[in-house]
Design a protein around this ligand. Sequence first.
Ligand code: ARG
Length: 473
Amino acid sequence: MSKPVSNPQQTGANQQWGGRFAEGPSAIMQAINASVAFDAKMWRQDIRGSLAHAAMLSHVGIISAEDEAAIRQGLDAIAAQIEAGAFEWSEALEDVHMNIEARLTERIGEAGKRLHTARSRNDQVATDFRLWVRDAMDGLAAQQLEVIRILARRAEEHADTIMPGYTHLQPAQPTTFGHHLLAYAEMLWRDRGRMLDARARLNECPLGAAAMCGTGFPIDRQMTAAALGFDQPARNSLDAVGSRDFALEFLAACAICATHLSRLAEEIVIWTNPAFGFVSLPDNLTTGSSIMPQKRNPDAAELVRGKTGRVTGALVGLLTVVKGLAMTYAKDLQEDKEGVFDAAETLTLCLAASAAMLRDLRPNAERMAAAAGAGFSTATDLADWLVRELRMPFRDAHHVTGRLVARAEALGLDLAGLSLAEMQAVEPRIHEGIFGVLTASASVASRRSHGGTAPENVRAMAREWRERIRCGE
Ligand code: ARG
C-alpha cells in the first residue's frame, strides 16, 4: 500500500511549502516571519513579474498556452480585487508573493500551481523589489527636476536681490538671493544624477536565477528581462538573489538629497526668524502656537530638516543588515524593505514640501540688502582695491584692511562711513576712488568670474538651467 500523501491543509502546515512539515508555525514564528503587512505594497510589481514569467514559460513550452491564459486572467482579476481594496491578505501566507499565488490557485486551480516553475521567491522578491525601487527612483527624479525648475525661476526673479553671504554663519561677502538659490539647483541636480546613475546599475533582471543557481528548465531570461523593462538579465544567479546594493545606492542617493533639503530647510528657519526677517512664508505653509498668539512657526521646514534623520537611518539600517551576510539569500534580507519604503515616501514628502516653500516664499529685499551691507562685508572688496590700485601684495592689503575694519568698528561706523582722512591715517596712498567698491551692490556687480555672484552671471545661469531642465525631461 502506498503511503498517503500528507495534506498540509489537514496538518495546518503552510500550503505553499509545508509538504515536509507535520505542523504549522507557532504564533511567534508566524509573527516574526511574515512580511505581508509591509510587502503587500509591491503587489503591482509582483503581478507584473508573474505575468512576464508565465508568458515566458508558455513561450518556451514549459507550460501550455491555456495555462498561461488562465494565469493571466486570474492575475488580472486579483489585481482588480486588490485595487478595489477587496483582497484579504493573510499573515499565514507570509508575504505578498505567496498571498497572490495562493489566491491564484484558489481561483484557477492546477494552472496556478504551475506558475512557480523555474522560479523561487528569492529571484521573485529581488525582481519585485528592483521594480519597486526603480519606480520610486523615477518619481523622485521627476520631483527633483521640479524643485530645480522652481529654483531656477525664482533665481531669475531674484538675480539682483542682494543678500548677505555667510561663512561660519558670519557675514562674509554680499551675494544675491538668486545666486544662493542656484547653489541648491546644483546640489539637487547632482542628487538627481545620483538617482539616475543608481537606476542604470539597478536595471538588470534577477528573474530566472531561481533559488540561487539558475534552473534546468530551458527558460528565456532575455524575454522576461525585456518584458519588465530591464536592460538585461543579471549575469550571476548568486549575485542576483543575494545582493541589495541597488537598494543601498538608492538609500544613499535619498539620504544625500534629504541632507541637501535639510540644509535648505535650516536656512528657511533662519531666514524666517524675525531677527533676520529675510523671507516670509505664507499662512498656509506655517503654523501657529496654541498658547503664544504672535507665533508663526516654519514647521514644514523644520520637518524637512527633521525627517532627514529617518532617511539616513534607513541607509545605515540596511548597510548593517547586509554587512554580515554570507552569500546568497538569507531571511535577513526581508528587512531590506521597510526602510526603503519609508525613505522613498519621506523623501517624496520632503521634496513636495520644499517645492511648495520655494514656490511661495517671499523674500524681503530691503532687510536682506541692509544686512548685506553690514558686518564689514565689503572688506574683501577693499583689500582687492588696494591690490589693484596701489599694487599692494594681497597679504599686505589684507592687513591694512584689517586695521581699517578695526578703526571703523571702534568708531561705530561701517567701512563706507570712514572718512578719507581716517583711511589715509592707516594707508596714505588711499584716494577717493575707494568709495566706489564699498557698497554691497558694487561688490556683487564686480564678481563676474566664472560661477561668481554678479547679477548678470546669475541671469545667464538661470537661462542655462531652463535649457538643462528641458533636456533633462
Ligand atoms: N518575503 C521574503 C523576502 O522579502 C521573500 C523571499 C523568501 N525566500 C525564502 N527563501 N524564504 O525576502
